[in-house]
Design a protein around this ligand. Structure first.
Ligand code: AP5
Ligand code: MG
Length: 214
């Protein structure tokens, strides 16, 4: 199964993608995670992308094309994948169409998670991520912010640089101006499955899996 998960910043793409990837035994490909790793490791890509990502703007399409082609051609993706964070522009959607056309037909699903902007700002200003296991939390769900309840990592939580309120609001502007047309593009082809992301995490996951028929 090849799944593409869409939605504004903070709707829960990463949270849901991890649940679906585990359930279906397919890799979770997050273009944001790939960029953040490159930034952390100070690779050429990371040095090029750092300022753009930390300001909440989009990395140019030609750079993203190389990243997505590399990631999806990995043999780990042979039996499917869940793609999170790509496509975000119409040109990116057209490139993904080309990639999908070369793969087994009728096995692709496009899911859009929807949450209102003020809830998104509340979620992202309170997000913590574990640098050991990658689990994503909200501060209000943690009894102790020094130990990760998933992997027991000590002092392993970090706050993303783009989770500053001003940057979050810019990311939302970029989403509405540039990425919303991509959702409309798939919507017009009746390909998009819409899911209410304002429900609790487990309920959203249940609804997504049921719409996928698994
Ligand atoms: P990316 O990493 O993709 O970030 P994003 O789209 O802004 O989304 P987030 O990762 O912030 O949120 P999410 O939807 O994954 O939510 P999460 O599950 O964490 O991209 C980052 C940057 O990289 C971009 O701004 C851009 O610069 C660059 N980039 C990446 N891809 C690109 C591309 N294709 N082209 C160009 N540039 C690109 O959840 C958020 C919070 O909510 C957490 O605290 C979580 O615990 C909580 N939460 C989740 N679900 C629920 C729920 N149901 N109820 C209550 N709380 C919940
Ligand atoms: Mg994410």
């Amino acid at each position: 199964m090849r799944i593409v998960i869409f939605g504004a910043p903070g709707v829960g793409k990463g949270t849901q993608a991890k649940i679906i990837a585990t359930k279906l035994g397919i890799p979770h490909i997050s273009t944001g995670d790939i960029l953040r790793n490159a930034i952390k490791n100070e690779t050429r890509l990371g040095l090029e992308a750092k300022k753009i990502v930390e300001a909440g703007n989009l990395v140019p399409d030609d750079i993203m094309a190389g990243i997505v082609k590399d990631a999806l051609s990995d043999k780990l993706c042979q039996n499917g994948f869940i793609l999170d964070g790509y496509p975000r522009t119409l040109d990116q959607a057209k490139l993904l169409d080309n990639i999908m056309q070369q793969l087994e037909p009728d096995n692709e699903y496009y899911i859009a998670i929807e949450v209102n902007d003020e809830e998104i700002v509340r979620r992202l200003t309170n997000r913590l991520t574990c640098k050991v296991c990658g689990s994503i939390f909200n501060i209000s769900d943690l009894n102790d912010t020094t130990i990760c309840p998933k992997c027991n990592g000590v002092n392993s939580f970090y706050k993303r640089k783009d989770d500053d309120e001003g940057v979050i609001r810019n990311r939302l502007l970029v989403f509405h101006s540039t990425t919303q047309p991509v959702l409309d593009y798939y919507g017009k082809q009746n390909k998009m499955i819409f899911v209410d992301g304002s429900l609790p995490v487990d309920k959203v996951a249940e609804n997504v899996l049921s719409k996928l028929g698994v």
